[in-house]
Design a protein around this ligand. Structure first.
Ligand SMILES: Cc1cc2nc3c(=O)[nH]c(=O)nc-3n(C[C@H](O)[C@H](O)[C@H](O)COP(=O)(O)OP(=O)(O)OC[C@H]3O[C@@H](n4cnc5c(N)ncnc54)[C@H](O)[C@@H]3O)c2cc1C
Length: 474
């Protein structure tokens, strides 16, 4: 039985999880209050995450292509970078999108409160508004969508603007001569690529043995090769032992796994070593909400916490900390509150690294299959055999499909190459629809496009790929 939808719900946090939840709740007829410190909804993703980083990466790609154009017979003069204009363009993108969300809130009659919320009990919030005024508001249900913040390494804390987290890096105060990026995850590589394209000499240190831990190694390899050319140095199995503010720069002592150390001075340092959930919400202890050992709020598949009137979604409930996971969870929470029979149990959540080339994957990875001792079959299609990739002069890509050898079902998809982030959606659909190799191979893809590489990977699995020659056996 569905509960009546005329409930009054509060959503704490206006990121992609929070605003998606608030908007659906309003569409389902609920009375909705959305609370966030910013002037409009958007959260980390729109103000200091996905959107500003992608705007800057677009510019970085243009700069990189302008160099490559020389090979095609077109030579551009060295670019003149007007940093103030670049910054204001990035800010205008953020303003346009967050302003649009403000309009959508109003159109849906969502009561948007610019402020911060604290719990008085399971159904009452004390909201401190922007102007300092406070009020207590009671709701039928509360959805926590407070997101996450950059993780801080105590030994890498120095009180100087030369030290940056992702938010500081996106502010683009200047184009430093040299930048040390601590952490070879997606945020460090994306923001590092922006600075490198603008002319900064870049060093990345990663304590593990490869960039992008979590992605299959064969997907990371083409990216690593290209970044090696773009960056000054990529130091794996290396940690930052200490840092010191020298006034004119930051002296960093870098320690390799074998114990060897070297000192280098950088104009700026970007620390991007992961994110922490914002679960320390004042008064949360007055509710029955449970927080796990890593700081994530514990929820069931309906996104309900241990307190029946409180739901939680997005970065604050766990990995992967991605905007699209947050918004889908938000919609599930609201449907559950509305009494619909729903659960958040996707077969595939895509992950995209918007580097150049892009790396994207979804569903089962090869690494995961190996860890689980799971029998799989992998079919790969190198982009050197893709007409479209060659017309773009970007054959440095690869598409691979991971199959269940018995049922021939697609279990996972991995892509490295330009536009991989757009292509991966087809992989997600294939997995969610339980597509077989034959379904993908028989789906007519437009020519010449990079999407054909997905179809041809399925053909590789079936042994019938047009553009890959397979000598006959025997
Ligand atoms: C540089 C960078 C690039 C990224 N790029 C991508 C990308 O390309 N794709 C992708 O999917 N993800 C990306 N992410 C991750 C993405 O931003 C997050 O996964 C996403 O924003 C999480 O959404 P959320 O709704 O859980 O919370 P958030 O977006 O973190 O929003 C939470 C909001 O809650 C507010 N809040 C916190 N406490 C309170 C309180 N007590 N009262 C009221 N409000 C409160 C916060 O101020 C914030 O506005 C990126 C992140 C960073 C930092």
């Amino acid at each position: 039985m569905s509960e009546p939808t005329n409930q009054h719900i509060a959503v704490v946090g206006g990121g992609p999880g929070g605003y998606a939840a608030a908007f659906l709740a309003a569409d389902l007829g609920m009375s909705v209050t959305l609370i966030d410190p910013e002037v409009n909804p958007g959260g980390v993703c729109l103000y200091r995450g996905c959107i500003p980083s992608k705007a800057l990466l677009h510019v970085a790609k243009l700069l990189e292509e302008s160099h490559q154009a020389k090979d095609w017979g077109i030579e551009f003069a060295a670019p003149k970078i007007d940093l103030a204009r670049l910054r204001s363009w990035k800010e205008s993108v953020v303003k346009k999108l967050t302003g649009g969300l403000g309009v959508l809130s109003k159109q849906r009659k969502v009561h948007y409160v610019q402020g911060r919320a604290a719990f008085e009990n399971s159904t009452t919030l004390r909201v401190t508004e922007f102007d300092g005024s406070q009020e207590s508001l009671t709701f039928d249900r509360i959805v926590i969508a407070t997101g996450s913040r950059p993780a801080i390494v105590p030994s890498l804390k120095l009180d100087t603007p030369r030290m940056m987290d992702s938010t500081g890096a996106l502010n683009l105060e200047d184009i430093p001569g040299s930048l040390l990026v601590v952490g070879g995850g997606y945020i460090g590589l994306e923001l590092g690529s922006v600075y490198a394209a603008l002319g900064t000499r870049l060093t990345v240190v990663e304590m593990l043995s490869g960039l992008l831990p979590g992605a299959d190694r064969d997907l990371v390899l083409p990216l690593h090769k290209r970044l090696e050319k773009m960056f000054d140095s990529i130091m794996l199995n290396t940690t930052v032992a200490s840092i010191e503010d020298e006034g004119t720069g930051i002296r960093a002592t870098l320690r390799a796994q074998d114990g060897n150390t070297q000192e280098k001075v950088f104009d700026r340092v970007l620390v991007s070593v992961g994110r922490k959930p914002n679960s320390e919400i004042p008064g949360l202890e007055k509710t029955r909400v449970q927080v796990g050992p890593r700081g994530f709020i514990q929820v069931n598949k309906q996104m309900q916490t241990d307190d029946p009137s409180i739901y939680a979604i997005g970065d604050v409930v766990g990995e992967p900390m991605l905007a699209h996971k947050a918004s889908h969870e938000g919609r599930v929470a609201v449907e559950a509150i509305a009494g619909h029979k729903v659960a958040f149990e996707p077969n595939a959540i895509p992950a995209v690294v918007f580097s150049d080339p892009e790396v994207a994957w979804c569903g089962l990875t090869e690494t995961q299959a190996q860890k689980e001792n799971r029998e799989i079959k992998v079919a790969k299609f190198p982009w050197a055999a893709s007409g479209r990739a060659v017309t773009l002069d970007r054959p440095d890509g690869m598409t691979k499909l991971i199959f269940d050898p018995q049922t021939e079902r697609v279990l996972g998809v991995g892509i490295v190459g330009v536009g991989a982030g757009e292509l991966i959606a087809e992989g997600v659909l294939a997995i969610e629809m339980s597509a077989l190799a034959r379904d993908v191979a028989l789906t007519i893809h437009p020519h010449p496009t990079l999407s054909e590489t997905i179809m041809e990977s399925a053909e590789v699995f079936l042994g019938t790929s047009t553009h890959i020659y397979r000598p006959k056996r025997g």
